[in-house]
Design a protein around this ligand. Sequence first.
Ligand SMILES: C[C@@]1(CC(=O)O)c2cc3[nH]c(cc4nc(cc5[nH]c(cc(n2)[C@H]1CCC(=O)O)[C@@](C)(CC(=O)O)[C@@H]5CCC(=O)O)C(CC(=O)O)=C4CCC(=O)O)c(CCC(=O)O)c3CC(=O)O
Ligand SMILES: NC(=O)C1=CN([C@@H]2O[C@H](COP(=O)(O)OP(=O)(O)OC[C@H]3O[C@@H](n4cnc5c(N)ncnc54)[C@H](O)[C@@H]3O)[C@@H](O)[C@H]2O)C=CC1
Length: 222
Amino acid sequence: MADYPVLLQVQNRLCVVVGGGPVGIRKARGLLHCGARVRLISLRPLPDDAFLSGAEIVLRDYRPADLEGAFLVFAATDDPVVNAAICTEARSRGALVNRADAGEGSDFTLPATVRRGDLTLAVSTAGRSPALAALAGERLSESFGPEWATLLEVAAALRQKRLTLQEKTEYNRDILHRLLAGNLLALIAEGDVAPIDCLLESLCGEGLTLEHLGVRLPKGTK
Ligand SMILES: C[C@@]1(CC(=O)O)c2cc3[nH]c(cc4nc(cc5[nH]c(cc(n2)[C@H]1CCC(=O)O)[C@@](C)(CC(=O)O)[C@@H]5CCC(=O)O)C(CC(=O)O)=C4CCC(=O)O)c(CCC(=O)O)c3CC(=O)O
Ligand SMILES: NC(=O)C1=CN([C@@H]2O[C@H](COP(=O)(O)OP(=O)(O)OC[C@H]3O[C@@H](n4cnc5c(N)ncnc54)[C@H](O)[C@@H]3O)[C@@H](O)[C@H]2O)C=CC1
């Protein structure tokens, strides 16, 4: 059966990772990045460069009570018996569980992820080849440069304006097509405000400049 893709809001919710190897650390970092409260249980101490500031680190054998109050659970030890026990316990507590050593045993899997500001691109292979997911993510990363983050800011600001004016939502797709045909992405990458304002005003109406939309070009561009 096909997997159902969702994006979860984990801010301030407790997520428990069991296992402090490279895999557990990667999952914990991804969770911290999204504002989750992270509890990481590990038998062995973490390496010095784990950089998990803000996480609660518990260095001992996993106990079922470690999962108390968890929204998400990650079974990421190198012991399949322990991982299986974590999955059973998590489900009995009503938490969703990810099993690092077996895609089939998981309630959810993690995709390879590329972020450009609030634009998120995620690749899954339904657990069949994580290395292929990573490779496809690298390709996406090359195709979607940092200018996409600014494009999203422009699109979101225009959308906000038009919704305020109660116009039809088809407008959003149409105007984006026309802005892209006008080379907006390349103009953002070049970092010059004037030609971007010129394009915006010609397609969206007089006065609709970057400044009016509240969008700043990132530092590093002109
Ligand atoms: C099911 C899933 C469960 C989950 O963890 O969510 C899972 C399971 C397993 N991974 C294994 C191996 C590897 N995983 C990676 C890398 C990543 N694995 C990720 C996700 C997932 N891995 C989920 C499915 C995703 C999908 O649908 O495609 C990524 C995308 C996201 C992330 O983890 O954040 C991240 C790339 C991030 C990036 O670089 O962008 C690498 C490569 C590397 O490390 O460089 C290897 C070694 C090469 C290889 O084996 O392919 C093994 C065998 C372990 C063993 O042999 O013991 C299992 C267990 C099994 O398959 O049974
Ligand atoms: N999903 C994925 O992306 C990947 C999954 N894997 C799988 O994930 C597993 C973990 O991978 P690594 O992090 O590389 O392994 P690792 O061997 O480096 O780390 C395992 C961690 O689990 C801890 N641990 C073991 N038993 C424990 C217990 N009873 N209580 C608390 N902590 C315990 C150890 O202290 C260690 O920190 C591997 O066995 C492998 O099968 C491997 C590569 C990628």
